[in-house]
Ligand binder design. Structure first.
Ligand code: SAH
Length: 271
């Protein structure tokens, strides 16, 4: 069965408007989020409000953010009788966000990465999102695979991320080019005591040379004239011989802990 499809917004691809119209997907999305009556849910890009309605029935409160003024007006009309729905007109990347517990959304695809990092800075219990297949696969990629990258490592370092369900492109209107997945991202406290800024800088530098060996990349990043050998610093020859895209998240975390006290030797890693 299809949910409400607002034909008047059909031409707004520039806002990444692909409305989720498959009710069974809407239902599963809300199920996976295990909403509670005392929780406030943030929805990013509420569109015509089909997901908003599903969340509203289960949660304490929904804060629906929508950038397109025409849709925001429709949303306000649709939920004018619901005390527990608050519509905010604005760009999620710019508005000042209210307090919330969880995020449930089918957000615009073009801001997936920015959105996740923005929301991770908040105290959020979980984010249950519909994400485009390629992006979702990058989040959970295995070390050594094509999809594996800085995004995978940073997300694995900060969260438990699960690919829960496949969503075919036919679940949306207009139909996008690419299928999607339901993904649940649950923030965790990193176990190792990593200096986050150093880890970020190190990851940026290392992944700019993803196919090189760790040894080669570090040697280049080291100031000349220092005789501390890399093996003493890192403690493992095997690790040094691996290529950047083959290192696991915990190897990057350990590496960051080894190198941080010696950061003066690695100007390039420590901007
Ligand atoms: N959640 C709805 C709509 C998904 S389409 C549904 O599933 O049917 C994505 C929505 O995000 C569109 O309505 C679009 O107008 C809105 N949007 C795009 N960029 C945005 C931004 N930066 N901030 C908030 N909303 C945005």
């Amino acid at each position: 069965m299809l949910a409400w499809d607002a034909s008047q917004i059909r031409n707004s691809r520039r806002f990444g408007q692909h409305l989720l119209i498959d009710r069974s997907v809407l239902h599963r999305l809300v199920e996976y989020a295990t909403l509670k009556r005392n929780e406030t849910i943030l929805e990013v890009g509420a569109g015509t409000g089909n997901l908003t309605a599903a969340i509203q029935r289960r949660a304490g409160k929904v804060i629906a953010i929508e950038k397109d003024h025409r849709l925001a007006t429709l949303l306000q009309q649709r939920f004018r009788d619901k005390d527990n729905v608050k519509v905010i007109v604005g760009d999620i990347l710019k508005v000042s966000l209210p307090v919330f517990d969880k995020v449930v959304a089918n957000p615009p695809y073009n801001i997936s990465s920015k959105l996740i990092f923005l929301l991770l800075k908040r105290n959020v219990k979980s984010m249950t999102l519909v994400l485009q297949k390629e992006f979702a696969l990058r989040l959970v990629a295995e070390p050594g695979s094509t999809n594996y990258g800085r995004l995978t490592v940073v997300v694995t370092h900060k969260t438990n991320t699960e690919l829960l369900d496949f969503v075919p492109k036919t679940a949306f209107r207009p139909i996008p080019r690419i299928d999607s997945f339901i993904v649940r991202i649950t923030p965790k406290t990193p176990i190792t005591s990593v200096n986050e800024h150093f880890l970020d800088q190190m990851m940026l530098y290392l992944f700019s040379q993803r196919r090189r060996t760790l040894k080669g990349v570090l040697r280049r990043a080291m100031d000349k004239g220092k005789n501390e050998t890399l093996q003493d610093l890192v403690g493992s020859k095997d690790l040094l011989n691996k290529r950047i895209f083959q290192l696991t998240t915990s190897e990057f975390e350990n590496l960051s802990n080894y190198l941080y006290p010696q950061r003066k030797l690695f100007k390039l890693l420590n901007k």
